[in-house]
Design a protein around this ligand. Structure first.
Ligand code: FAD
Ligand code: UDP
Length: 387
């Protein structure tokens, strides 16, 4: 009855399902454990009618033209340059730390001199990871690095990862480099914003195809059985493609132990006032137990509201307890080794594909995930043509 089963209706599952249904004419079944589609991009109006992102603020940003064009088939965009500020003492300073921040932090003469040094060392417009800036031998540049390390990275990273910046993968802190420019935006990509009517309607349109059936509230293990060389669907051998976007250790009952993840608790609060913080996202880089506060109306551009809804994010170590969600893979060699053991188990399954932030144990943004899903669907179609 189905040619292909996709497990998970996040961006990885939705894009691959749509391409295979539309371009290869495959009958695709999408199984989603949660009660809704969209994965962590899911959004919905709260009880006050304010559009919230249930799993933390999501801003689509990309420089990949084909990804932008593909998703634009399913949505228009509310385009804006996303800006973040950090609360340091009683000031709000732009993050990533950039030349505007530099001039807020140091008095004019010193800031002008430091600006020249940064430009001479790295070039105008460059993006310098904090861990790299700290290695610079010039004491003046090291002073800036120390300021940024202490006021932007140390406490926030301790909260987010339970580890110091120097003890986590440089790939992670490198996502928010020091910018040798006056650009206050959090991302420098050509396209950025949110789907005009929200992420969920974009997913609804993507999955709305005659060849796609979506079942929510279903854990794949209720319908599928994974044995060494064979996958069974509702008790009978299934020889079509299976794309899995869930956590890989869970699929094999965590038999080698759990893959470590960081999770988040989201505390939503509503206020009957026009504005709470006047910014979409404020990072708490030196104080508080939460990492950041998002005020949704400034993120979504929603105008027709009386009050305002915010969310505070509290990170913690994922334990696998009921209701917890694994949000962030922890990129460390020993975790990668454990992942490889599960990967080897999956290797024996025919036409079985691992895709997504969980299944690949990687730190993907929406755009990179979309690209990977498009590529996988293309590869499956190319393979089918050969067979
Ligand atoms: P998911 O969205 O996690 O989807 C996987 C789906 O599979 C889930 O719905 C899950 O319920 C389902 N599933 C798992 N196991 C099973 C099972 N056994 N049976 C059935 N279904 C199952 N990216 C950006 O580009 N911009 C941002 O601003 C941004 N902000 C983020 C903020 C936070 C707090 C987090 C955690 C991530 C953020 N991301 C952002 C990253 C973005 O969320 C991911 O790139 C994207 O969600 C990955 O999609 P996915 O389909 O791989 O995973
Ligand atoms: N980071 C930080 N302070 C900030 C912003 C980011 O220390 O104000 C560090 C932190 O370790 C974080 C990483 O940089 O996990 C990547 O930040 P990003 O905003 O990309 O994280 P995400 O949006 O994926 O949670």
């Amino acid at each position: 009855m189905y040619d292909c089963i996709v497990i998970g209706a996040g961006i990885a599952g939705a894009v691959s399902a749509r391409k295979l249904a539309e371009e290869a004419g495959k009958k695709v079944l999408v199984l989603e454990r949660r009660s809704h589609i969209g994965g962590n991009c899911y959004d919905e109006p709260d009880e006050h009618g304010i559009l919230i992102h249930n799993y933390g603020p999501h801003i689509f940003h990309t420089g990949i033209e084909e990804v932008y064009q593909y998703l634009s088939r399913f949505t228009d965009w509310y385009a804006f340059g996303h800006e973040v500020v950090a609360k340091v003492g009683d000031r709000l300073i732009p993050v990533p730390f950039n030349l505007n921040t530099l001039h807020m932090v140091y008095e004019k003469e010193k800031a002008d001199a430091l600006e020249q040094k940064l430009i001479a060392a790295y070039g105008e417009g460059s993006r310098v990871p904090i861990m790299k800036l700290r290695e610079n031998e010039d004491p003046d540049i090291r002073e800036i690095a120390q300021f940024v390390y202490e006021n932007v990275f140390l406490k926030y990273t301790m909260k987010q990862w339970g580890q110091k910046p120097e003890d986590i993968s440089p790939e992670v802190t490198g996502r928010v480099p020091v910018l040798v420019s006056y650009d206050n935006r959090y991302f420098q990509d050509k396209y950025q914003g949110v789907p005009k009517e929200g992420f969920t309607p974009m997913f609804e349109r993507m999955l709305d195809h005659e060849n796609i059936t979506v079942e929510t509230g279903v854990d794949c293990k209720e319908r599928l059985r994974f044995e060494e060389n064979q996958i069974y669907f509702d008790g009978t051998p299934f020889d079509g493609e299976v794309i899995y976007t869930g956590a890989l250790d869970e699929l094999f009952d965590c038999q080698f132990g759990r893959l470590p993840y960081r999770s988040l608790r989201f505390d939503f609060e509503h206020y009957e006032k026009e504005s709470y913080q006047g910014h979409s996202v404020v990072n708490y880089t030196v104080s508080e137990d939460f990492t950041r506060i998002t005020e949704f109306k400034y993120l979504t551009g929603q105008k027709n509201t009386d009050g305002t809804t915010i969310v505070k994010e509290y990170p913690f170590a994922y334990t696998g307890a009921e209701g917890e969600i694994p949000y962030y893979a922890i990129l460390e060699p020993k975790n990668q080794e454990l992942y490889e053991k599960y990967h080897a188990l999956a290797g024996g399954l025919p036409h079985f594909y691992l895709l997504g932030r969980l299944a690949e144990y990687k730190y993907y943004n929406i755009d990179a995930m979309t690209k990977k899903a498009m590529e996988l669907a293309d590869a499956i179609m190319a393979e089918n043509t050969k067979r």
